[in-house]
Design a protein around this ligand. Structure first.
Ligand SMILES: [Zn+2]
Length: 220
């Protein structure tokens, strides 16, 4: 899953209003940030197989550290603890929300991935495989994104004139990126895919921070 991961990032905001949106954006892709880094280091492995499923050309045959159930739980807790450096109040609640946002990545991946998510070590792999049917997985991703954005827009009403416009332009651009990723060319190599993912996730987190700030509700 790609853009659908941002639904929980938006939707988590009312549960932890003092946590900046950009942190939630990094949180929901944290497993993939780590995955991309480990792929570039040659630790986790992926093969590009055009048409592997309708929704993804990635054959993710070895990723126990970032997408194993145990690894995902550990990374969720670790990211939550590190992210607390940016939160001053209600830190226990913030830790729970941020760690849950990180772990939501694994749950949403579980829906779309074919069985490539190991439960223990590199074994007992699970995945419901909705990526096999793009007409299911694509609307599902867009629905998650839109649902989350609606929750966020209601919970964090803009105090500035163009705050809502900026939010919905951002959401529309994210949806367009998802559609392009679904129908555009397959990545040329594993390293290429990892670098593109890192840049895209970083850019989206930066833009989310600007959108959040532009609503005039972020307190320093
Ligand atoms: Zn993932």
């Amino acid at each position: 899953m790609f853009i659908g991961h941002y639904g929980p990032a938006f939707a988590a905001k009312p549960a932890a209003p003092r946590v900046p949106l950009w942190i939630l954006f990094v949180a929901v892709q944290w497993l993939d940030f780590c995955w991309a880094a480990l792929v570039l280091m040659g630790v986790e492995k992926v093969r590009i197989v055009p048409g592997f499923t309708q929704g993804s050309a990635l054959e993710l045959y070895y990723m126990p550290y970032t997408h194993g159930l145990i690894g995902a739980l550990v990374l969720s807790l670790l990211f939550g603890l590190v992210a607390l450096a940016f939160v001053r109040e209600k830190r226990a609640a913030a830790l729970a929300v941020i760690a849950a946002a990180v772990f939501s990545h694994w749950l949403l991946d579980l829906l779309v991935h074919v069985p490539d998510l190991p439960m223990f070590g590199d074994a007992d792999k699970v995945g419901f495989g909705l990526w096999r049917w793009l007409w299911i997985s694509l609307p599902l991703e867009l629905a998650f994104l839109l649902g989350g954005a609606v929750v966020y827009a209601r919970a964090v009403p803009s105090r500035r004139r163009f705050g809502d416009l900026a939010l919905w332009l951002f959401v529309a651009a994210m949806a367009a990126v998802e559609v392009y990723a679904a129908f555009g060319p397959a990545p040329t190599s594993a390293a290429d895919e990892a670098k593109t993912a890192l840049m895209a996730y970083a850019l989206l987190a930066l833009l989310a921070g600007l959108v959040d700030w532009g609503r005039g509700t972020v307190r320093a």
